[in-house]
Ligand binder design. Sequence first.
Ligand SMILES: Nc1ncnc2c1ncn2[C@@H]1O[C@H](COP(=O)(O)OP(=O)(O)OP(=O)(O)O)[C@@H](O)[C@H]1O
Ligand SMILES: [Mg+2]
Length: 477
Amino acid sequence: MAKGKQTKPDDFIPALINQDKNQTKFSSTFSLDNELKKVIDLFPEGVMITDLEHNVIMVNKWHALLDYFAEDELVGKNLFDLHKEGYYTELTSWMRSKDSIHMLIRTKNNRVLLVTGKIIWQESRDIAGWFYTLQDVHDFRELKLVLEKRAAIPSAFNHRGKQEQSPEFIYKSKKMQSIFNTMLKVCWADSPIIITGESGTGKDVIARKIHELSNRSGRFVHVNCPSIPETLFESELFGYETGAFTGAKKNGKPGLFEMAENGTIFLDEIGDLSYNMQSKLLQVMQDGSFRRVGGTRDLKVTARVISATNQDLKKLIADGKFRADLYYRLCVIPIHVPPLRERTEDIPILADHFLQELNIKYGIRKQFSQGLVDWMLSYSWPGNVRELKNLVERLFVSSSKNIIQFSDLGFENLDEAIAHSCYKEDITLEEAVANLEKLLISRALKETPNTRDAAKSLGISQSTLLRKAHKYGIDTS
Ligand SMILES: Nc1ncnc2c1ncn2[C@@H]1O[C@H](COP(=O)(O)OP(=O)(O)OP(=O)(O)O)[C@@H](O)[C@H]1O
Ligand SMILES: [Mg+2]
């Protein structure tokens, strides 16, 4: 719950106490009433009290129940030290709301917790310490599921037939953190968003997450553009009135824009729309309104438009295949999702997430060996997160032991594994060399106690090793 320079809770103290600036003094002394322990044990969630320096003073029973720490093991520990020892990783940086700060963390035993911190004031307006609550996000998800079932939303209103659960959005890299920050900043507005990135990078996940974060009252309607035939484009998107054309339903039909009323319409694979369909969409984006086919009333667009593509739209524009004016309408907020090979920090956490999902589903506890994780870090993942997810499932199902090993990949020998990492059909020499470097540097760092020895074992200088490790996003700490 503590972090490096940028996000530690202390940064929020001046902001939180601003209004009392004149009367505030800091104090590191802190005493608690004995009765307090009994009271905090009654909390249904985790409670932790620390002093100003984040030394743990008291925790409630919940921590022991989590099988994370025994109560007395935690008391006296410093949160910064726990973080350094890897007892938890941060999934987000601190976010502030009113007088609290919030962060999502993942514990060593793979629980995702929402941590909320508040300052404990003394009567003298000195700061006594911090009061944290920790909630298992799983509980929220289950509650949400129950509530959704109770609401018994009529499936006819949902384009896909049923309201889908928003998938979890997992990341650790700075690149994805920055994308998440953008999502938080822009989710509340109506401005169109375009999400670009290679296939399998998570564009769909991001679109759904933005909708979820936005708290819009309407639904998320996913439109797979290439699957709509040109002749039906207008009637599918904008709906039609009674008797608009032969074969039309008797009472007319609302279109996808209407179904997404006050919600989000997600125009997926937008690069595949024909020029003619693009012109129709442009008209709606310009006017902010549309008409059902055969209708006379203008209907206002109240849905937020998010589009996505794995194609290079600028190139399509240059080739005369995509309308530049539509592009600029859709691209008010661009979000580019980098391929997995450019954010290797996300690989272990994603692999672990997919593995835990399967562990939970089948009630098993499988783990990855370090050798396998090293290989994952060096592989170039042309199919991105989707390929990683599929591989985890294949390994989970096919390996007979609880520790899934590098050998379960089924490579005949190490040379084949390296070749698999470094070679794919359309790879450039530069990319292949980079993959091999990544593999060898990660392995050397694992097998030697420090960067100097790792550099020596590879026959390069320590500064070259550090520079290359930084370039490939390999952790050298
Ligand atoms: N950050 C993430 N956290 C958790 N799961 C993810 C993440 N990114 C992607 N996935 C998973 O990977 C798979 C592919 O993601 P998604 O469908 O969003 O990719 P995409 O960019 O839309 O691909 P395409 O261009 O082929 O449509 C999905 O199963 C998704 O749940
Ligand atoms: Mg997609």
